[in-house]
Design a protein around this ligand. Sequence first.
Ligand code: ZN
Length: 247
Amino acid sequence: MNLEKINADTILHGLMSPEKIRKISKTEVTSSRISTDQGCLLDINIKEDNCFGSLELSRPLIHPDFSNVIYHLLKFTCRKCARVLLPQKLVDSLSEKNQKILKTFSKLRTSPSIKKCPHCGAEQKEIQFKEPYAFTENGNSLNPIDIRRRLEMIPLSDAKLFGVPEDTKPEWMIMTVLPIPPVTVRPKPEDPLNEKLSELVSVNLFLRKSWEEGIPVPVIEGLWKALQQHVNEAWNLLPSKQLLNNF
Ligand SMILES: [Zn+2]
C-alpha cells in the first residue's frame, strides 16, 4: 500500500495493522497535555499538516467501527476450530460469487445461532452483544484479549465471507495502537475532541501504571472499560467521512 495515498478516513475508520499505524505516525503520544511537551496531543502537527500520531494502548480495545462485524464473526465461527459455521459445500459455492455471500450473510444475521460446528462437531455457545462493546458467551464476559485470540484463529478465506477484505486480518478489529488524528481536525485546544483525547490518554497512562503495580483485577477491568468508553466517545466526535478527507 502506498502510504501517500492513505487518507484520514482510512486511517481512522479502516482496518489497518498496528505496524502500519506506527509507520504512519509522526509522534507517539506519551502525555495527556494538550500543548507544550514533546509527545503531547498538539505536538503532532507542529511542522507538517495532516500528521497522525499514535498511542500505544495499555490494554487492547474494540475498534468502535467494527463491533457489529466482530459480533457476526464470533457468532458464526466455531469456538473451537474457528471455521465459519456453514457446511463446506456451501462455503465452496459462496467463494465463487460475492453477491451470494452477501445474501447468505444477511440471512445468517437474522437466523438463530448454530448449535454445532459442521467442520469439527464442537458444540457452540450463545454469543450475545450489548452495544456498543459488551460481548458475552453463555453469560460470561469476553474481553478484547479473548476476542482477539478467537479472531486470530479464523482462516482468512472464511473471514472473507464476512466482508473482511483480503489484505486485512480480522484481529485488527481489536486495536493495540490508536491513531491520533491530526491537529487540523481539532485546531483549538478547547475543542471537545482534544479534551476527550486528553482524557483517554490520561486513563491509558493510569491503567498502564495500575497494571504494572499489580492493582486488583476488578479495578483494572473498570479502568479498561472506561478507556474503551473514552475511545468510543472520541470516535463519535470525529468529523464526518467527507469532512475528514478535506483536512
Ligand atoms: Zn469447529
